[in-house]
Design a protein around this ligand. Structure first.
Ligand code: NCD
Length: 315
């Protein structure tokens, strides 16, 4: 499954902490590897046959944990799971000590944690690759990778398209990671659509600005609905609001429905899921709705990611 002409050094044995650690050719290698897995669903090579993957999720997860687990199993790996609520985490064991144990059992650790920088901290004590499945509001690299793969598949590429990133841009790690991913491409335009209290954090704005990504801030999607190719919705991250009153002020402040989208032409609607009321169920039947396809791409993209991190690109 090696892809000729592209290097694999950026992947083999590396941590996956942020999509910013990867160049455009690195991402292209991931997507070409993903294409091969999508094209060979019944003949998946068991390239992780002698490997053990550990999952350690200190925050709720459906898609990320189970699609990584499915990806590892499909490639022939065995998977062990640390359930924080029935492990020594409950007795007060520190994250570094927990990681030191897992690295002695497994060849890779896929983790999610509510604290920013938790995956980076884990990578400093772990001798095996750490795959960040989300650290607080900061990074969610594999989500951004599958978002970009979805756009590449449905729109034929990422360059030149017009993007609206909508909702809780303040706390959504998915929005930040997606913007970081876009810095590797040349989008036509990028609109950041959010109510006042949920604007992009300065650190994210400064990072993308320094990397040359221009983005325009708006309060409403309506004026640009017929001018965008991709609408990336995000859930309000209720669990990350330090003050519940702040959450009360913004909850329900944005929502798209079938009628909102009547001017949207062939824009695709993405959402990392889970959705709450920001994305109405009546959108599901529209040809624009792409979020279920997006979620399903989670397995092949994560197969390609694990395959490359475990050295598969070199075989
Ligand atoms: C997202 C997350 O955990 O950041 N979910 C996911 O991984 N698909 C988005 C969210 O929880 O809103």
């Amino acid at each position: 499954l090696g892809v000729s002409g592209l290097g694999t050094d950026a992947w083999t044995g590396k941590d996956v902490l942020s999509i910013l650690d990867f160049s455009r050719p690195d991402l292209e290698l991931l997507f070409e590897t993903t294409d091969r897995f999508v094209g060979l669903p019944d003949r998946v090579p068991k390239t992780l046959a002698d490997r053990i993957a550990a999952t350690a999720f200190f925050e709720p997860s459906t898609r990320t944990r189970l699609s990584f687990t499915t990806a590892a199993l499909k490639l022939g790996a065995k998977v062990i799971d640390l359930s924080p609520d029935v492990s020594s985490v409950l007795k007060g064991e520190s994250l570094p000590d927990t990681i030191r144990m897992l690295e002695s059992y497994a060849d890779m650790i896929i983790m999610r944690h509510p604290s920013e920088g938790a995956a980076l901290l884990a990578s400093e004590v772990s001798g095996v690759p750490i795959i960040n499945g989300g650290d607080g509001s900061q990074h969610h690299p594999s989500q951004a990778m599958l978002d970009l793969y979805t756009i590449r598949s449905l729109k034929g590429g990422v360059d030149g398209l017009r993007y609206a990133i909508v909702g809780d841009l303040r706390y959504s790690r998915t929005a930040a990671s997606f913007l970081y991913g876009l810095t590797r491409y040349r989008p036509g335009s990028v609109y950041l659509v959010s109510p006042d209290g949920l604007r992009l954090r300065n650190e994210v704005r400064e990072t993308i600005g320094a990397l040359g990504l221009k983005a325009e801030q708006l309060d409403s999607l309506d004026p640009i609905l017929d001018k965008v190719d991709v609408i990336y919705m995000n859930r309000i991250q209720k669990e990350r609001f330090p003050d519940p009153n702040e959450y009360e002020k913004v909850k329900g402040s944005y929502r798209i429905t079938r009628s909102t989208l009547s001017n949207a032409k062939d824009a695709i609607v993405l959402h990392p899921l889970p959705r709450l009321n920001e994305l109405a169920y009546d959108v599901d039947g529209l040809p624009n709705a792409a979020y279920m396809k997006q979620a399903r791409f989670g397995v092949p993209v994560r197969m390609a990611l694990l395959h490359l991190v475990m050295g598969g690109g070199e075989r």
